[in-house]
Design a binder for this molecule. Structure first.
Ligand SMILES: [Zn+2]
Length: 133
């Protein structure tokens, strides 16, 4: 984690510089912009493949073509995040909590068809969630 810079600063955050340089050097992807998240958000790197598809590296979310750095939005404290990535993260956290609680209920009640059905449904939602965001 490093100190945050002003919005639209094209420099790579120092703490992820080596990582981003490795992506540039070792993969066929072009890195468009990135942010370490500065302890508030997960690290994000926006990359473009040879076919021109733009997506965020860690979440694998497709982002589409945008003007440089306009992938990010600033929150009221000046921290940058990618709205789509943030929506996925929040939805994943929510569903993972539901899954955990259902698993606990199933431990106490292993025969419950209702809990089994709900758990299967939530697990399916997790798989298709990136496409629903
Ligand atoms: Zn940093």
């Amino acid at each position: 984690m490093c100190e945050k810079k002003s919005y639209y600063n094209p420099e790579i955050d120092t703490c992820i510089q080596k990582f981003v340089e490795r992506i540039k050097r070792l993969t066929p992807f072009k890195t468009l912009c990135s942010c370490c998240g500065h302890g508030k958000y997960p690290t994000t790197v926006v990359i473009k493949d040879k076919q021109g598809n733009v997506f965020e590296l860690f979440s694998r979310l497709p982002l589409g073509e945008k003007k440089r750095n306009s992938y990010y939005q600033s929150d009221k404290n000046g921290f940058y995040f990618i709205p789509k990535v943030e929506r996925l993260r929040k939805a994943s956290n929510f569903i993972n909590k539901r899954i955990k609680s259902l698993e606990e209920r199933l431990e106490r009640n292993p025969e419950s068809k209702r809990f089994q059905g709900k758990l299967a449904a939530y697990n399916e939602i997790m798989i298709i969630l990136p496409e629903m965001i």
